[in-house]
Design a protein around this ligand. Structure first.
Ligand SMILES: [Ca+2]
Length: 315
């Protein structure tokens, strides 16, 4: 903690003896100094309107020493499906606020990009063909279940998440998720960041390497924070036996960016790029994407709050 010492002194016109009010080495402030100071304050106040309007605080009331939770600017949980059927690809899904999404072709094929749940069919022909086998499709459904467990859902089987099970090499640097249109956001000078829930398996092989970007009003992308290793969580969640698979345990976590972007503009978008080229491993699913307003707030207080003139108080 940085501690600052704040001194209070009164300065005013020089006395006839050439000494300044509050000058160094004076143990007490003379009465005439107080008179001069009060006269000056009265003069200033006389020129002010009777009611002074203070600017509205931009942040919540302070809780010194206790960081406040960020404000959620945008949230997508992929639950706004019409039902278990049809099974949608990410670019066919529309969020509750009307938001739509897209991805590069590599992340809309080969068992990637399905908005999946255990409520859906266990043996759908199109998904089995896309995933190359039944076990991989059912594994995608179990990832969604594990993310539901992790998020505390009372019905994990009803949780939908986006699959990224890579039945082929996707190549590095392709877009795995992106908002089609920016989300309206009218504030300025705000620090924005994001978080995402990820479930990952096959972590003995290649790890998902996820880099998030924020898009400004003109579509320019800026990386926010460091690349996320989707296998770096130490938390696990288990989906019970389902379809052709036995119980499946995934590494699960909420990954919050370690950076924030000072943002100005009228709208903001999100882009997720996977920098892992391999499909040997790189098996995951994602859910609960949030854009967060993490603008820092400075709380200040003086201790003690009241002091005599020229006596320091700690800020
Ligand atoms: Ca969900």
């Amino acid at each position: 903690m940085t501690r600052l010492s704040v001194g209070l002194s009164i300065t005013g016109p020089e006395s006839k003896a050439g000494q300044r009010c509050g000058g160094s080495g004076r143990p007490q402030v003379p009465i005439w100094c107080w008179s001069v100071a009060l006269s000056l304050i009265a003069g200033i106040l006389a020129g002010l309107p009777s009611v002074v309007s203070l600017p509205t605080a931009l942040a919540a009331p302070g809780t010194p020493g206790v960081p406040q939770a960020p404000t959620v600017v945008y949230f997508e949980d992929f639950q706004n499906v019409p039902g278990p059927s049809p099974i949608l690809h990410l670019n066919q899904y529309t969020g509750a606020s009307g938001e739509t999404y897209t991805a590069d072709p590599q992340w809309l094929s080969n068992c990637n990009g399905w908005v999946a749940s255990e409520l859906q069919a266990t043996t759908p022909a199109a998904q089995i063909a896309d995933c190359t086998n039944l076990q991989s499709w059912n594994g995608v459904q179990q990832f969604a279940y594990a993310l539901g467990v992790f998020a505390g859902s009372s019905n994990p089987a009803g949780n939908y998440a986006v699959s990224a099970a890579t039945s082929a090499d996707p190549g590095a640097g392709h877009v795995e998720f992106q908002t089609v249109n920016n989300i309206p956001f009218s504030s300025s000078n705000r620090f924005l960041t994001f978080s995402v829930d990820v479930a990952a398996g096959s972590c003995q092989a290649a790890h998902p390497l996820l880099q998030f970007f924020l898009l400004n009003s003109s579509g320019a992308a800026t990386a926010v924070g460091s690349q996320i290793d989707g296998c770096s969580s130490t938390t696990t969640a288990t989906a019970p036996a389902f379809g052709a698979n036995g119980p499946a345990t995934a590494l699960v976590g909420t990954y919050t960016s370690n950076g924030a972007l000072l943002f100005n503009g009228s709208s903001v978008g999100v882009r997720l790029v996977n920098n892992q080229a391999s499909g040997t491993g790189n098996d995951h699913a994602f859910d609960n994407i949030r854009i967060l307003d993490a603008t820092p707030q400075l709380d200040k207080s003086l201790q003690p709050r009241r002091r005599s003139p020229r006596v320091a108080s700690q800020l």
